[in-house]
Structures are given as C-alpha cells and as structure tokens.
Design a protein around this ligand. Structure first.
Ligand code: NDP
Length: 434
C-alpha cells in the first residue's frame, strides 16, 4: 500500500489473489526464495502519456493515456484498452494484474497488460473519437507490436475505436501488422465470434458449472447488469440455452421486463444508436425503468450476471439476491463484487464464478484471432465457437481440480487464482530473476 499510494482498486485485486495463495507458498518454498511475489505484483513497465486532441469547435483538450505492461512470462502482453473518465493508474493496474492470471487460465501463450485513457467517448462525434484515437496511438505505437504487446477493447473501446487505432498504427509503422490489435473488423483481420466471445464464454462456463451440479439453465430467470458488449452477448447465449433475461441496465438506470427483454431492441438502442437503455420504454411502455442502476439486484432471479464494471455489486445487493432465492452469480465484468459481497457469497455457498475465469472467453478468442493473423487464415464461426467452448470448459475443470487439490473444493476463486498463478510463477522461475 505504501509503495502504491491511492490505488484502491489495485490493492483490492492484489489482496484477493494473495489471500488464495498462502497454501501455495507453503507447498513451494522456491517461490519465496526467488522473489516471485515481489516481482509478480510489480508491473514490468508502466507508460503514462499526454493525449492532446482538438474537438469539433476547434478547442484543444488533453487527456491522459496509460499502458501497463504487467507480465510477459507466458507471452506478449495482452489486454484491453478502456476509455472512461474514471480511468487512472489504480484502475489500469488492477485490470492488468487480473489479466495476467486470466490469460494464464486460457492456456494460450499470452502475458498480461492493460491500458486506456480518462477520455469519455460519450457525446463525442465520430470525428472527435477518431482524432482522439489517432493521437492516443501516435504515442502507444512506440510500445506495442504483434510480438511485444497486443491491446484490444474494453469499456468504451469497441469496433469503431479499434478501427481508428489500427489505421493510425499502420500509417505510423508503414506495415500491415494484423496481429498488433485484436477485435478488428471481419474484413481486415478480425475473427468471427470475437464480438460475442466474452458474453458467450461467460454462459458456457456457467452452464458447465451448473451441469456439474445437475442444474439446467432452462427456464431460469436471469438479470444482467450493463448493456454493452459483454452484457448483450451474455443475454444472447443464455436466452439461446432456454433461460429468460428479465432485467438489464446502463450507467443511468435499469430496465425490468417480466416478459423477457427484447434483445434486438437493446442492440438497436445501444450498438447502433449509442443511446440510453431508457429508450426501450418507447416500444414497451409496460416495462419498468428505475434510474438507479445498482438497484437492479433487487429483482427476484435465479442467476445474476454482473457485466458492467468494478464494485457494482455490494454486500447489500448480494443479501437482497440471497433473500430472493438466487442460486448462482457469474462475473462478466472485472471485479464487479466488493470484497464484502464476495465474503457473503462464500458464506452462503452460492455457485460463484469469479471474473478471471468467467470472462476469459474474450481474451481467449483474441488469442485465436492472433493465431489466425499469424497463419494468414480465417476460421469459420463454428470452429472458433467450438474452440471457445473447449477453453471455457477447461478453465472450469482446471480451477475446480486445483481448488480440490488444495483442500478448497468448489471454491472457484481460490481455484482460478492458484491455477493461474502456478502457470505464471513456474514460467518466471524457469526464466530466472528478470
Ligand atoms: P462496454 O463499454 O461495451 O459496456 C459497459 C456497460 O457497463 C455499459 O452498459 C455501461 O453503461 C455500463 N457501465 C460502465 N461503467 C459503469 C459504471 N461506472 N456504472 C454503471 N454502469 C457502468 O464494455 P464491455 O461490455 O466491454 O465491458 C464490461 C465489463 O466487462 C468491464 O468490467 C470489462 O472490463 C469486462 N470485460 C470485457 C471484455 C470484453 O471482451 N469486452 C473481456 C473481459 C472483461 P453506459 O452505456 O451508460 O456507459
């Protein structure tokens, strides 16, 4: 804490992992002898830079850009870029730290990193977003590359932003280096299923966990926070598998439709028009809208999937869900539960999949995109989707087996943390003190 003052989210993420690791250090004294812990919590490199840009009125603005290259023991740094006004070092470091273990869980040769800016894309014109992305990439281009560091999207960074970023990278480097970014358009090096991957992956691992306990998704009532990339495709898959999504949200409020949310309308509002979820009421006046997004957890459901942002579900939210009979929580977002909320989930033996495991499908599919780029190849939707399913089932099996091995059967938090850590720590041991 003294070494990283004021970085509350980073402290929270590190504490959560370290709590799981005590039995691992007892079993492997060589980790302590080689300073694995001290090294794994210190990013290999942190880059902070000025991003100047000019708005449509000719006014100059300055935002701050970040790229935290956290750990490259398993491969090039890999992780998304987030554009949101709340972005600062503590957020980027927490996301980068989590990414290291998540990427290890996928079994793909990728290290961990994360980046972004405090730029707010909301309310900006396409031209403004383009100028910002070009300025951001003008500096970032010095630090990334298909074998060095491979960014992707996250909150506020979708297909449009990846396009502008890629265009500027190509122009600066005079090189068509498809594998330098993932989440690209399908006509220029992108992979089928990447858009759907995080949401689909979340539902695949949820289905696997429930199947293991002889529970089916059929007819289950689901609430999903957020209405961005992860939330939309979690809705799509869980609906395909027979469940009914009755509530979704955005940062302004939540929507409740007891007949099941019309996902095509949500896509139209959020993906096409970049509007507010409240606009749903124009088509469905009988649906309910509440302008407090965190109250979404007050709706009775069987399964809750937080897919918006960090610390969006607190202990009071979990208690209400428990009182209303929830059986499972799966984290589409990164660190959406506060530490007190996680404690309550564990005390009540809910089925719970932490983000490191549950939302790893996005980066896993990004790694599949990198594979296709390296092979100058394009895989079919079914081939990528099957690979994604295989990876998510393996993550569940790995995390469950490791939890059991360390005497914490059913604890996927411990299982995911330890399984991810072991892969990274062993690679770091092999590579010496660097
Ligand atoms: P998007 O930008 O597509 O969507 C984010 C959604 O969450 C929007 O509905 C947004 O509402 C809402 N939201 C954002 N910030 C807040 C906030 N402070 N309070 C309440 N709601 C908020 O992002 P993604 O769907 O890509 O990401 C969602 C989460 O999933 C993040 O935690 C991200 O790190 C994680 N994740 C994403 C992956 C991916 O592949 N995209 C991979 C793995 C994890 P509004 O529209 O009002 O802004």
């Amino acid at each position: 804490v003294a070494r990283n003052p004021g970085e509350a989210e980073f402290h929270q993420a590190v504490e959560e992992v370290l709590e799981s690791l005590a039995p691992v250090f007892d079993k492997h004294p060589e980790y302590e002898a080689n300073g694995i812990l001290e090294r794994i919590v210190e990013p290999e490199r942190q880059i902070i830079f000025r991003v100047p840009w000019v708005d449509d009125q000719g006014q100059t603005h300055v935002n701050r850009g970040f790229r935290i290259e956290f750990n490259s023991a398993l491969g090039p740094y890999k992780g998304g870029l987030r554009f949101h006004p709340s972005v600062y070092t503590g957020i980027v470091k927490f996301l980068g730290f989590e990414q290291v273990f998540k990427n290890a869980l996928t079994g793909r040769p990728i290290g961990g990193g994360k980046g972004g800016s405090d730029f707010d894309p909301k309310g900006k014109s396409d031209q403004e977003v383009m100028r910002f992305c070009q300025s951001f990439m003008t500096e970032l281009a010095r630090h990334i590359g298909d074998k060095t560091d491979v960014p992707a999207g996250d909150i506020g960074v979708g297909g449009r932003e990846i396009g502008y970023l890629f265009g500027q990278y190509k122009r600066i480097k005079n090189r068509y280096e498809a594998g330098v970014l993932t989440g690209k358009g399908l006509d220029w090096g992108g992979s089928l299923v990447r858009t759907e991957a995080t949401g689909y992956g979340l539902v695949y691992i949820l289905e696997e966990m429930l199947k293991d306990h002889k529970i089916s998704l059929n007819d289950k009532k689901v609430i999903i926070s957020g209405s961005g990339n992860v939330a939309i495709y979690a809705n799509e898959k869980v609906t395909q598998l027979g469940a009914k999504v009755i509530a979704m949200s955005d940062s302004s409020g939540y929507l409740y439709d007891e007949n099941g949310i019309d996902l095509e309308l949500i896509k139209e509002i959020k993906e096409v028009n970049r509007g507010r979820i409240k606009e749903y009421l124009a088509e469905y006046p009988d649906a309910e809208y509440c302008d407090n997004c965190t109250d979404i957890w007050s709706i009775e459901c069987d399964i809750a999937l937080p897919c918006a942002t960090q610390n969006e579900m607190d202990a009071a939210g979990v208690q209400t869900l428990i009182d209303n009979g929830v059986i499972a929580i799966g984290e589409g977002a990164n660190m959406p539960l506060t530490p007190e909320a996680v404690k309550l989930v564990k005390e009540n033996d809910l089925f719970y999949i932490p983000g490191k495991a549950a939302n790893a499908g996005g980066v896993a599919t990004s790694a599949i995109e990198m594979t296709q780029n390296a092979m100058f190849d394009e895989w079919t939707f079914d081939k990528v989707d099957q690979e994604l399913q295989k990876i998510m089932v393996n993550i569940y099996k790995d995390a469950s087996a490791v939890a059991a091995e360390y005497g914490m059967e059913g604890d996927l938090v411990a299982g995911a943390n330890i399984a991810g850590f072991l892969k990274v720590a062993n690679a770091m041991l092999d590579q010496g003190v660097v």
